[in-house]
Design a protein around this ligand. Structure first.
Ligand SMILES: [Zn+2]
Length: 372
């Protein structure tokens, strides 16, 4: 028997609309099969008055609920559930720097879970990173890209949606060109590149910025560095971690306004997301979470080691900072989906999963609505 629901929403972020509007959906077996603006022609089974958003899409996430994606399918299920609890329907799992063979084994271990709906792809954050901007990555395992390694990623372009790369490394420009030709987004990050090198990387095909501002030289007025190159090129989509710690909240808000459709909110969440303070690990390195901030335990500078938020928390912070709810939601749904070519998530539209997130008008997460 098909399970069929007619849903009337008073405020729905439908398809590519710029704002929340009255709209209706017909859901069958968990999928949206019809949708329209205004009033449902008939009597709906469910009416929702508060804003309805698509399930959120987090394209930079290492784990949650005490588990890390690097630890295999069981851990991945735990992490996905911890994020789904707070409205994140779809996740691109980020794997931190590891020995190459180990990293490829981690990719293959997650292959059975990549379903186009919940786990929608993988992101290699490392090992092609600048040692001087390594953040919480193991310095002993950082390398420059070799053609053989690049070929192994290209062969897995169905799984690996994005790779973070420092363009100043030997072989990086060729890697960027090969990855982008294969449909894998090369994202500039964990880099010491200057503005010109970053611009050359964009010319070679780089289209992303991994957590803009973090793990890269600061924007200085006589040395604008990678930040200016990434901000000013209309082809580049920039990730921002909006957790109140990674980037000054006012700067993050100004950047979101400046970037418009080129902004993507991400969590960079590690295992503590959804769990709380305590001792954890990230890529084999010990991490201490205190007052919700994750830092490397043994690092003299106590580098920040990911966040402990879930994506709905970033939406709430953006709205609290003055961004309209529809724009904050777009930066956490269709913008990340479009950036990585994820066509099966990120919108309330026919053919998409009917997993909707209810917010209040202040941008605070209320609940996930499912119809199955
Ligand atoms: Zn990360």
């Amino acid at each position: 028997m098909t399970d069929r629901w007619a849903v009337q929403g008073e405020a729905v972020l439908l398809g590519d609309e710029a704002d929340f509007i009255p709209a209706w959906l017909v859901v069958e077996d968990g999928l949206i099969v019809r949708a329209g603006t205004g009033r449902f022609p008939g009597s709906p089974d469910v009416t929702v008055c508060l804003p309805l958003a698509p399930g959120l899409v987090d394209i930079h996430c290492h784990g949650g609920g005490g588990a890390a994606f690097a630890d295999g399918p069981e851990a991945a299920r735990t992490a996905l559930a911890a994020h789904l609890d707070r409205g994140t329907s779809a996740v691109v799992a980020s794997l931190v720097t590891a020995d190459w063979e180990q990293l490829m084994a981690q990719v293959e271990a997650l292959r059975p879970l990549v379903d186009g709906q919940r786990l929608v792809g993988l992101h290699l954050e490392g090992p092609w990173l600048a040692p001087g901007k390594r953040g919480a990555h193991d310095p002993a395992k950082l390398v420059s890209p070799t053609p053989e390694q690049v070929a192994q990623v290209v062969a897995r372009a169905d799984l690996v949606r994005q790779v973070t790369i420092a363009p100043e490394l030997p072989g990086a420009m060729a890697a960027i060109a090969a990855l982008s030709q294969a449909g894998v987004v090369a994202a500039i990050g964990h880099t010491e590149a200057d503005r010109a090198t970053t611009a050359a990387a964009i010319a070679a095909g780089a289209r992303g910025a991994t957590h803009l501002f973090n793990a890269m030289p600061e924007l200085a007025h006589r040395a604008p560095g990678p930040v200016l190159a990434l901000l000013s090129d209309p082809r580049v989509v920039c990730e921002l971690i909006l957790d109140g710690h990674h980037v000054d909240p006012e700067l993050a808000l100004a950047t979101l306004r400046l970037l418009g459709r080129r902004a993507v909110l991400v969590t960079d969440a590690m295992a503590a997301a959804g769990l709380g303070d305590g001792a954890y690990q990230l890529g084999g390195l010990p991490v201490t979470v205190r007052h919700g901030v994750a830092r490397l335990t043994d690092d003299p500078g106590h580098a920040i080691a990911g966040s402990t938020i879930r994506l709905a928390d970033a939406v709430a912070l953006a709205v609290a900072g003055g961004l309209p709810l529809a724009r904050a939601v777009a930066a956490a749904t269709r913008q990340p989906a479009d950036h990585l070519g994820l066509t099966t998530v990120g919108r309330i539209a026919v053919g998409q999963p009917a997993e909707l997130v209810e917010f209040d008008w202040e941008g605070r997460f209320r609940r996930v609505l499912r119809f199955d």
